[in-house]
Design a protein around this ligand. Structure first.
Ligand code: CP
Length: 315
């Protein structure tokens, strides 16, 4: 793997499969009474979050701690950013604290790239979500969840449904799933597709009911109203009627098809509660898998190793 993980496009098929295999080894730790490995003892991971997060921040923290790294959590709220401090000065402060990896979430697309290529920090930079651009570790944990349920993703049909325009998850998933051989169809109303979608190497559709019966995986996306500066079209009610996954639509899926959502989800909008809580839903499993995948990413970036030394040596 490269020194930084900024985009799903940074991952070759070999890289991605190495992360998935490593995550599988590390996932078994969760079943042990003591869940820690000494693999990153003495290393420091900084979680640098300029935007809100529940799953990503907590799972990176859990992942780093399970590998015995020291963790520093930085949240923009309550920091000196409110006094006008720049990204550069924040980065130099982290560097002075000896960070080995900086996990960064930022509202501006490209902020992690700026950090990685600026020379301000010597550490590895991991993109934990930048604006509407990318969220590569979410794509890895989603691919890992699919892989555990379906085996090889070659030729598997994945429908990603909803607000593609504002979704960094959709873009990273489209890139990574293409690398892993899956066939991706993005489903959205015409107003929620970005310009240039034809360059993503995926199919697109406005018709959810036509796509669902063929899908092996259905991934629902939240409508990101906070990123829209006007009321979005169609209306919430019309959106749910045409693009929401409810019990009736779920019954048109193949028996083996799984339902995913990266979170946070709005029950009753893009997915009904009965679907989110159904046997097909692997939404909670995605969160569990997020810890193993982020352990794998931190381990591979910081150790440079290709296997998990000490996996049989929990402390
Ligand atoms: N999936 C995801 O990025 O969730 P959070 O915003 O809670 O981290």
């Amino acid at each position: 793997m490269k020194r930084h993980l900024l985009s799903a496009a940074d991952l070759t098929r070999d890289d991605a499969e190495l992360v998935l295999r490593t995550a599988e080894e590390l996932r078994s730790l969760a079943d042990r009474p003591i869940k820690k490995l000494p693999a990153l003892r003495g290393r420091t991971v900084v979680n640098l979050f300029f935007e809100d997060s529940t799953r990503t921040r907590i799972s990176f923290e859990a992942a780093a701690k399970r590998l015995s790294a020291d963790v520093i959590n930085f949240s923009a709220k309550g920091s000196s950013l409110s006094k006008g401090e720049s990204l550069k000065d924040t980065a130099l402060t982290l560097e002075a604290m000896g960070a080995d990896a900086v996990v960064v979430r930022h509202g501006a697309s490209g902020a992690p790239h700026r950090l990685a290529h600026s020379g301000w920090v010597r550490s590895s930079v991991v993109n934990a979500g930048d604006g509407t651009h990318e969220h590569p570790t979410q794509a890895l944990l989603d691919a890992f969840t699919m892989w555990r349920h379906l085996g090889s993703l070659d030729g598997r049909r994945v429908a990603i449904v909803g607000d593609v325009l504002h979704s960094r998850v959709a873009r990273s998933n489209a890139l990574l799933l293409h690398t892993l051989g899956a066939e991706v169809t993005l489903v959205a109303p015409p107003t929620l597709f970005p310009v240039g979608i034809d360059t993503w190497g995926v199919e697109t559709s406005y018709d959810l009911d036509a796509v669902l019966p063929k899908a092996d995986v259905v991934m629902m996306l939240r409508v990101q109203r906070e990123r829209m500066n006007a009321s979005f079209f169609p209306t919430a009610r019309e959106y749910s009627r045409r693009y929401g996954l409810d019990g009736k639509r779920m019954r048109t899926l193949q028996d083996h098809t799984i339902v995913m959502h990266p979170g946070p989800m709005v029950r009753g909008m893009e997915i009904t509660a009965d679907v989110a809580d159904s046997d097909r839903s692997v939404i909670v499993e995605q969160v569990t898998n997020g810890v193993a995948v982020r352990m794998a990413v931190l381990y591979l970036l910081l150790s440079g190793a290709e296997g998990v030394a000490g996996a049989d040596e929990s402390e």
